[in-house]
Design a protein around this ligand. Structure first.
Ligand code: ZN
Ligand code: ZN
Length: 412
């Protein structure tokens, strides 16, 4: 027995959603350049009779007011990636070197679809529904751009925020978890200083090449020796650059690091350990200048609190059935969504929507070939199955919002 019979009206609007999805997929735009995409979203909002606000450049927000009650904010990211599409799909990208390779086009259309369902069935709920279309998730700049443009003052304060992501597991199923679902991600540029000299006169130098080498080795002990076994942490040195020629000792070196964690306190400890080790190695080398640390491309932790997770998961399970909703392990990827609920000081729920034809996924699981046969997000072959992914994503957004906007006793 469906909890909200009007959700079956989705069948009548799916053709509109499929066409919109294919149009967006053909016209992907990179982070902070989503001009056509934003205009298209504005036009669709106008068609639904919902006023659109531009916030943070290419961010778009539509607010559907429907009497007294809670306020729910649902968010979709809208940017594409610098990837050359190789799916062979009839509706492949028409833009050279740019592709919706992370499925954000699916997120846009699912959210517009949920907004339309709620807008056409106002008698079924009351409160305020905010549909927020966020630019530039891929470079962690978009949520911050909307906040810097006064998002918190421009919108009604939500009671809860919701977001979802398509992932390469069976379409028709939804994965979520209490606690961390995506890691915090941080990039860090470290500059260390030596004293340059002729390569034949090392006694006149403080050699930053040797200094960088010992820093890289010592950094390995942060995870292996300072982090409790079983706690998740990644410290990757992605680049170590110093020098240009065999017979010149350079005067500085640069290291680029990437960090991933599921725990905010551990993240702080790792950052402190990195700085301690770098300063210590610089002192040991006799470095003439303090090292410099520059953090960039920083993604916050995405972690579902217990209460919001329970409410949303109960609603999703009631609607889709227990066999369709599963408890997922956290992904090591990262997201900037949580900046928005964190800025309002409100809880949030984040879940994953499967996008691979179920038979294809099952066959790959049985053959043990998921990692080689199922293209993941950011791959030039990433091709979510429109059906049923689009319908599931649309219903999931609507059902999760209705858990607050039309609350029911799910324990009965
Ligand atoms: Zn992505
Ligand atoms: Zn993504």
């Amino acid at each position: 027995m469906p909890a909200f019979p009007f959700l079956d009206e989705l069948d009548g609007q799916l053709q509109w959603q499929r066409q919109l999805y294919q149009d967006l997929h053909r016209h992907p735009e990179l982070s902070l350049q989503e001009h056509r995409t934003a205009e298209r979203i504005e036009a669709e909002l106008a068609g639904l009779g919902v006023a659109a606000q531009r916030i943070g450049g290419t961010g778009v927000v539509g607010v559907l007011e429907n009497g007294a009650g809670p306020t729910v904010l649902s968010r979709a990211d809208i940017d594409a990636l610098p990837v050359t599409e190789d799916t062979g799909l009839e509706y492949s990208s028409t833009v050279d070197g740019v592709m919706h390779a992370c499925g954000h086009d699916m997120h846009i259309v699912a959210l517009l679809g949920a907004l339309r369902l709620l807008g056409e069935n106002r008698e079924a709920w009351s409160g305020t529904y905010i549909a927020l279309f966020q630019p530039a998730e891929e470079n962690a700049a978009g949520a911050q751009a909307m906040l810097d443009d006064g998002l918190v003052d421009k919108l009604p304060r939500p009671d809860v925020a919701l977001s979802q992501h398509v992932m390469p597991f069976a379409a028709g199923t939804i994965g979520t978890a209490q606690g961390p679902v995506l890691s915090a991600g941080d990039s860090l540029r470290i500059t260390v200083f030596g004293r340059g000299a002729h390569g034949s006169m090392p006694h006149n130098a403080v050699d930053p090449v040797v200094l960088c080498a010992s820093i890289v080795l010592r950094l390995q002990t942060i995870v292996s020796r300072e982090t409790q076994p079983g706690q998740f942490a990644v410290v990757t040195v992605g680049a170590s650059n110093a020098g240009s020629k065999s017979n010149i000792i350079p005067d500085r070196g640069e290291l680029l690091l990437n960090l991933r964690t599921y725990d905010t306190a551990l993240r702080e400890r790792i950052m402190a350990a990195i700085e301690r080790i770098v300063r210590g190695e610089c002192a040991a080398a006799g470095s003439p200048r303090e090292p410099e640390f520059e953090y960039y491309d920083q993604f916050p932790l995405t972690s579902n609190d217990a209460g919001t997770h329970a409410t949303v998961t109960a609603a999703l399970t009631e609607h889709f059935g227990a066999e369709a909703v599963f408890d997922t392990k956290p992904y090591t990827a990262s997201e900037d969504f949580s900046r928005i609920p964190d800025a309002f000081g409100v809880p949030y729920a984040y879940w994953f929507v499967g996008s691979v034809p179920p038979e294809k996924y099952r066959a790959a699981v049985e053959a043990g070939t998921v990692s080689s046969d199922i293209p993941a997000n950011h791959s030039p072959f990433f091709a979510p199955a429109i059906d049923p992914t689009l319908a599931i994503g649309t219903r999931a957004q609507a059902v999760a919002a209705l858990a607050y906007l039309a609350p029911r006793d799910l324990s009965a």
